[in-house]
Design a binder for this molecule. Structure first.
Ligand SMILES: Cc1cc2nc3c(=O)[nH]c(=O)nc-3n(C[C@H](O)[C@H](O)[C@H](O)COP(=O)(O)OP(=O)(O)OC[C@H]3O[C@@H](n4cnc5c(N)ncnc54)[C@H](O)[C@@H]3O)c2cc1C
Length: 335
């Protein structure tokens, strides 16, 4: 018997004997899935969450910057807080650096209860099952589950975390790559695929939930698309809302930064982080919280360069220039 951590929470369960099509099927009841389901249901749509055991304990640990958690109104869902964080840039006593940014460990049962209760209160439906596959056609997306059951929705959101069960990628998966936009999903179907969203890093899912609700108000999500053109327009609208040009630019910068980081050896990596944590709070807090706009990221990069030693600068130039050229070329293609 699977472990149930919240026996007192009464979920509204889906009855496969009485099939119906939901506006949104969310696969996975981790933090992302619960957050987005509640938001979309709150906006007046019918949402189904599918998970092998929605009432099971969360296994992952979550450490968070307290200012970010406070901004989401979840400050009371922490079981331990620290006034400052400590990073070790190397093994020497001088390598230890305190960061003046309070940090906390999330109280997982409390947070899960909070999000589950919000879902229950807003009317989200649940189904215990493991998603195996998704197909698109007949104006809806159908998720095949174990046990021979299937569920349908106008839109399916993949919130299966690391397993990324349903999303296809336009290149071999690596954690820095974005999931493929809709045209890369299989096309030999009666209708083009309806959008499939990949949710991860659950604070971002709240934004996605809001974006889905916005799209829904244009009647994009309110019903299944009636034609190929409408399905294509719906896919494109959701994709554009999730990835506006500003975010694509930000993403290009992050990929450039990650490429440089991966080229550094241990000593160079330590030099890099020594410079990183000497940046202003605005820059390093903002960078880690993805709050900096592309222009601010340029300022961040220049500031990082200025804070680096001469040897580190030479390294960054040597190892970063090819990636910089790639990023600039990519920026010219974004629209
Ligand atoms: C060891 C570890 C430490 C971490 N530390 C931090 C940290 O300090 N700070 C931080 O912010 N993040 C941390 N993370 C990352 C964080 O855990 C994830 O970003 C977060 O859990 C993502 O939430 P999620 O809802 O997208 O996915 P998950 O929490 O992974 O939830 C996925 C859900 O999908 C369900 N599922 C999976 N496959 C299927 C399927 N086929 N059908 C139906 N349901 C399915 C699962 O049962 C699960 O309920 C850590 C992760 C790990 C593993």
């Amino acid at each position: 018997m699977d472990k149930v951590q919240f026996p007192d929470i009464q979920l509204s369960l889906y009855d496969p004997a009485q099939p119906r099509t939901f506006d949104l099927v969310v696969v996975g009841s981790g933090p992302s899935g619960l957050a987005v389901a509640e938001r979309v249901q709150q906006a007046g749509f019918q949402v189904l969450i599918v998970d092998p055991n929605p009432l099971a304990p969360w296994m992952n640990n979550f450490g968070v910057w307290i200012d970010e958690f406070r901004a989401m109104g979840l400050e009371d869902c922490l079981d331990h807080t620290w006034d400052r964080a400590l990073v070790h840039l190397d093994a020497s006593p001088e390598g230890a650096r305190y960061l003046s940014r309070p940090y906390g460990r999330v109280d997982r049962p409390k947070l899960k209860r909070r999000l589950l209760e919000r879902c229950v209160a807003s009317g989200v439906t649940f189904h215990r099952g493991k998603a195996l596959d998704v197909t698109h056609g007949g104006g809806r997306s159908t998720v095949a589950l174990d046990g021979g059951v299937s569920v349908s929705g106008s839109l399916v959101a993949d919130a299966t975390g690391h397993s990324r069960k349903l999303v296809e990628f336009d290149q071999p998966f690596n954690p820095g790559a974005r999931p493929a936009p809709w045209p890369a999903l299989p096309c030999a179907l009666a209708l083009p695929p309806t959008p499939l969203l990949l949710l991860s890093l659950w604070p971002a899912s709240c934004a996605v939930g809001t974006c889905l609700c916005d799209k829904a108000t244009d009647a994009h999500l309110a019903r299944a698309p009636r034609s190929e053109q409408e399905a294509a327009a719906m896919s494109a609208a959701v994709w554009r809302a999730m990835w506006p040009v500003q975010r694509l630019r930000q993403r290009a910068f992050f990929e450039f930064g990650m490429d440089v980081l991966l080229k550094l050896d241990l000593a160079e990596t330590r030099q890099f982080f020594a410079a990183f944590f000497s940046l202003s709070d605005h820059h390093w807090h903002g960078f880690l919280s993805s709050r900096l706009s592309f222009l601010q990221l340029i300022g961040f990069g220049l500031s990082l360069f200025a804070k680096s030693s001469n040897a580190a600068r030479a390294n960054l130039l040597g190892k970063g220039l090819p990636g910089l050229v790639v990023m600039l070329a990519r920026l010219t293609t974004l629209k």
